[in-house]
Write a protein that binds this ligand. Structure first.
Ligand SMILES: [Zn+2]
Length: 433
């Protein structure tokens, strides 16, 4: 794809300045993060996906029909709207907003304090950069790290004249982060997933799509154990995006992420302690017995596991975890990742409320892509699999010194500079007595 030459200086930065509607890309942040952290639900909790009218007559639809009683995981897989609004009802929009703000979202208003928040119907919208930083909070095991575009500036003598201090704060535990990661793999790995084309062989991938009313905005937010990336695709002045049943943001995301992971060692999300892995009955969301017919594996914070299935009989079934790990470097297959804008007939969308699509020829596209945390935490690997060799040493608090972009020269250099100045000031004002 040719985006042409750069013609504007200090022009609009769509990554950091364009506040856009997020659609379903906000579901993990606004709903799953608070819901899992507050133990309001688990990945196996059942919600009823049916036509429903909420307070103030709010009646969100599903693009792909209603599925009845489904787990949170299943609702996430194909981005069913009604269950997420039900979850938001329990969480309360006020609480959801407090979580979003802790994850660095700054553009919410009091008008966002309502159930449509669950589906990304926002007052102002959110910038791609802030979305990336919020997703990176999950990738970084619950620690929000303020995005930065530089780490330090040195003068021609090598003296550090400016050093960026990134704000960091813990929003939730690594256990909560892990449960979220395992849930958020579902759109990629699930049979009904909306982001299956984002998979990377041998590497765990989290990805969530977003599409807004009238197809004005397309998003893909996701991460691997190595990188977090967010792509947005749309027009500065809203126009319907028309791309043959494809999400152009997702296609870009997949191409860029596959490309930058090329040659990397396979990696899985590291499972911390205090995580329970259970075989679950899909019908009841309870721990499977031998009489249950539809079962799957779910991950729980220790102590939040459900009871044994109350609809089926038999003995308790232990979780069956597929240990067939790929350890080799993946082989890129870009054939299914080409954008195909030609066929204007076959259009439907993955997860939107409004399916109205007009025929449009896209003449100029605006895309944004951010990669925020290329920190490689030392715990990206599951030691049991032994498929990733961390280059950073031991130590549990290594997240600040990942081997990514930042050359973290020590902060003392800067402190010394400041101290020197302060010392002079103090000297002049030293009290006589
Ligand atoms: Zn059952």
């Amino acid at each position: 794809m040719d985006f042409g030459e750069k013609e504007t200086f200090r022009g609009l930065n769509r990554a950091s300045q364009s506040q856009r509607q997020t659609g379903s890309a906000i579901k993990p942040l606004a709903v799953l993060v608070p819901g899992i952290n507050e133990k309001i639900f688990t990945g196996a909790t059942i919600y009823d996906d049916e036509k429903k009218t909420f307070e103030d007559g709010y009646a969100p639809g599903n693009n792909s029909g209603y599925l009845g009683k489904i787990t949170v995981r299943r609702a996430l897989e194909s981005s069913q709207n009604v269950p997420f609004v039900e979850m938001m009802e329990e969480i309360t929009p006020k609480k959801a907003i407090s979580y979003l703000e802790k994850m660095g979202i700054t553009s919410l208003t009091e008008n966002d304090e309502g159930l449509p928040l669950a589906l990304g119907g926002l007052d102002n919208g959110i910038t791609p950069l802030e979305m990336a930083a919020a997703y990176a909070t999950i990738a970084n095991d619950g620690i929000y790290i303020e995005p930065t575009f530089y780490s330090s500036i040195v003068d021609n003598t090598g003296k550090t004249v400016l050093k960026k201090k990134q704000e960091k704060r813990t929003v939730f535990s690594e256990q909560v982060a892990y449960v979220l990661k395992k849930l958020l793999q579902e759109p990629v790995d699930g049979n009904n997933g909306t982001a299956t084309y984002c998979s990377i062989s041998g590497i765990d991938v989290v990805a969530k799509t977003g599409t807004t009313d009238d197809n004005y905005d397309k998003w893909l937010c996701g991460f691997t154990p190595y990188y977090t990336a967010v792509t947005w695709f749309g027009f500065d002045q809203n126009e319907t995006i028309y791309y043959n049943n494809q999400n152009p943001a997702g296609i870009m995301w997949a191409n860029v992420m596959r490309s930058i992971h090329d040659g990397f060692t396979g990696a899985r999300f590291y499972q911390p302690n205090k995580i329970s892995v259970e075989e679950i009955c899909s019908d009841t969301g309870e721990i499977a017995r031998s009489g249950c017919t539809n079962t799957y594996v779910e991950y729980f914070l220790e102590g939040t596991e459900p009871e044994e299935c109350t609809q089926h009989s038999g003995s308790r079934v232990n979780a069956h975890i597929d240990t067939d790990e790929e350890t080799s470097v993946y082989v890129d297959n870009k054939e299914d990742l080409e954008l195909d804008p030609d066929d204007e007939e076959d259009v439907k969308t993955d997860d939107i409320e409004n399916t109205t699509v007009q025929n449009e020829v896209i003449e100029n596209t605006e895309d944004t892509e951010n990669i925020v945390n290329d920190e490689i935490p030392e715990d990206v690997t599951n030691p049991e699999n032994d498929i990733y060799e961390p280059s950073t040493g031991g130590g549990e608090d290594n997240t600040e010194n990942g081997s990514g972009n930042n050359e973290n020269s020590n902060e003392e250099t800067v402190d010394n500079v400041e101290d020197t100045e302060n010392t002079e000031g103090i000297t002049e004002e030293s009290p006589a007595a």
